[in-house]
Design a binder for this molecule. Structure first.
Ligand SMILES: Nc1ncnc2c1ncn2[C@@H]1O[C@H](COP(=O)(O)OP(=O)(O)OP(=O)(O)O)[C@@H](O)[C@H]1O
Length: 249
């Protein structure tokens, strides 16, 4: 697809209806390779539906969705899209509570090993180094032997981000990562996502504006299923149409 050529993710004119209700209305958005983007918007704006379309959970009624230039995501199922290198982190953490932090990452690495290899697998030196690297990124190096059950809510969210990283995605979709976190954890999460975004593209959906400010990236405001405004947080916050949507009712 010519127009999508240099982008990592390209959405054009994407519409989704549920029983006649338009959750997405001709949504268009482009994410560049190596970009982190924050998505904001009031409840029901279509943020979750947009993630569902990218990951193949929901098929659009109309529109184009291309990954890495020319891969048409609308023709692929969820598993194939995941294996292309699109990882998604849902709002609630789903770590293996009765396993250690280390084993959670090791199991996530195992998930990308071939089934036969997994059966007879001993973690290689290279994998051990990669697990150490991930633990450093997610700030859990000193808790490697803790059971995941004993981590705080915020630490569980970081562990799950680490499990996603083990799958070496090119694009990470992160849904409301700081909901329920302490202020200190929220600040740390912005720092660690910025670190991750040095090597991967990241889309973060979040309602917490102080966190979005800390991310310091381009912001897309969704409203009624399409893009209302796009730019720096300061620019979109000063946009009268955005003020109207957030304050005008
Ligand atoms: N499977 C479905 N069937 C019917 N309506 C749906 C379905 N999924 C979403 N919707 C509707 O589509 C609209 C967009 O929902 P969506 O969850 O994408 O919004 P959102 O921006 O993620 O909201 P929130 O911030 O509350 O998570 C909502 O009005 C929702 O009720």
């Amino acid at each position: 697809m010519e127009k999508a050529k240099n982008s990592l993710l390209y959405l054009d004119g994407v519409s989704v209806s549920f029983d006649g209700f338009k959750a997405l209305r001709s949504l268009s958005m482009v994410i560049e390779p190596g970009e982190m983007r924050a998505i904001i918007g009031p409840n029901g704006a279509g943020k979750t539906t947009m993630m569902d379309v990218i990951t193949g959970k929901t098929k659009p009624d109309e529109g184009d969705v291309y990954f890495a230039g020319n891969t048409d995501l609308t023709r692929m199922d969820e598993a194939s899209i995941a294996s292309l290198g699109i990882g998604r982190k849902f709002q609630k953490p789903t770590v293996f509570e009765s396993h250690t932090v280390w084993d959670n990452i090791d199991l996530a690495l195992a998930g990308v090993r071939k089934p036969f290899a997994t059966l007879f697998h001993r973690t290689t030196k290279r994998e051990i180094d990669r697990i150490d690297e991930i633990l450093a990124t997610i700030r859990l190096g000193d808790k490697r032997n803790w059971l995941a059950a004993n981590l705080s809510h915020g630490q569980k969210q970081w562990l799950e981000i680490g499990m996603l990283l083990a799958q070496e995605p090119q694009l990470l979709l992160v849904d409301e990562p700081v909901a329920g976190m302490t202020d200190a954890e929220t600040v740390q999460t912005a720092i660690l996502l910025k670190e991750i975004a040095k090597t991967k593209s990241v889309i973060v959906v979040e309602h917490d504006m102080s966190f979005v400010r800390d991310l310091d990236v381009k912001v897309t405001v969704l409203h009624q299923g399409s893009v209302l405004s796009e730019g720096t947080l300061d620019a979109v916050s000063a946009d009268p149409t955005v003020i109207e949507v957030y304050l005008g009712r």
